[in-house]
Ligand binder design. Structure first.
Ligand SMILES: [Zn+2]
Length: 301
């Protein structure tokens, strides 16, 4: 699993910073998470193929998470896209995008499918044989979801030397990868454990932006490998969190600690601060494994 940060600053785009947008590469999918202004340019700069994006997840309809979407949808049309595009986002997103397309008489020539969300409970919104995506209801000024991306268990790996040594027939390989024992011609059973090796364990990533400090999300994100949690402010401005429904770096770290996550990535920084290093310093006082998101930066999960 690889996470590429296209943008991770709050509010307005600036000369060297972009609003929220991320690409999660997971088992041959490229999921786009949020789509702030400038996402197209950032996709180009990071050499990400537009055609590989088939699923877009929008957390909420504040501009710094969503204003890049009409442009991106329009560009897909100009690029001659024919394959389906699925957009998951709050109720109202279909009306907003449709209005843009209608006013410009620029309907897409590819199927554009909206999955509108309005549940306040976590729900499974995407699933195939390799990956699942659940919503994480967040506490923000408007209806907002984070997203939990989970790999499904990989099939077991064939121990090539062992199957050769036991002279196992090739016709059994598929079943053995799925957990079956091997059977020799004389009927002897060879245990699956002796013919396979453990696959990599399935990874998980939770995206939580924007939100106030909210312990209700803890059961949903417990033990995830990587948590991206917004940290718009530092504790010196904690008073602003109540009004704006955002979190501080310390609060993000408290959530990471209580949920026992592997790593915490901070982002959605207010641009009022001179250096984002201050966010890391503050979070490290609470939680030991903290990374700073930054535009163009990638993380292996
Ligand atoms: Zn917001």
């Amino acid at each position: 699993m690889k996470l590429t940060i296209l943008g991770c600053y709050s509010a307005t785009p600036r000369t060297f910073t972009n609003p929220t947008s991320q690409i999660l590469e997971i088992r041959n999918h490229l999921f786009l998470i949020d789509c702030g202004e400038g996402t197209q340019v950032q996709l180009r700069k990071n050499k990400i193929k537009f055609s590989r994006i088939k699923y877009i997840f929008i957390s909420h309809l504040h501009g710094d998470h969503f204003f890049g979407l009409p442009g991106l949808i329009s560009t897909f049309r100009l690029l001659g896209r024919e394959t389906e595009m699925h957009v998951y986002g709050p109720k109202g997103i279909k009306e907003a995008i449709t209005l843009f397309l209608k006013l410009g008489d620029s309907w897409t020539n590819y199927p554009l499918i909206f999955h509108e969300l309005d549940s306040k409970e976590s729900e499974l919104i995407f699933e195939d044989e390799k990956v699942s995506v659940h919503t994480i209801p967040l506490d923000h000024r408007v209806y907002t979801n984070g997203f939990l991306f989970k790999e499904k268990p990989h099939p077991r790996k064939l121990d090539v030397d062992s199957v050769a040594e036991h002279e196992i027939d090739r016709s059994q390989y598929g079943n053995i990868k799925n957990g079956a024992d091997g059977v020799l011609e004389n009927g002897t059973i060879i245990s699956n454990k002796d013919l396979t090796i453990d696959p990599p364990y399935p990874k998980s990533y939770a995206f939580c932006s924007d939100t106030a400090y909210n312990e209700a999300i803890l059961p949903l994100i417990e033990n995830v490998d990587t948590l991206y949690h917004e940290s718009t402010f530092l504790e010196t401005n904690v008073d602003l969190c109540k009004k704006t429904k955002h979190a501080t770096a310390k609060q993000a770290a408290q959530i990471a600690l209580k949920a026992n996550v592997g790593n915490l990535i901070l982002g959605h920084y207010s641009t009022r601060y001179k250096s984002i290093d201050l966010f890391k310093e503050e979070a490290l006082e609470v939680f030991p494994s903290v990374e700073l998101a930054d535009d163009g930066k990638s993380f292996e999960i």
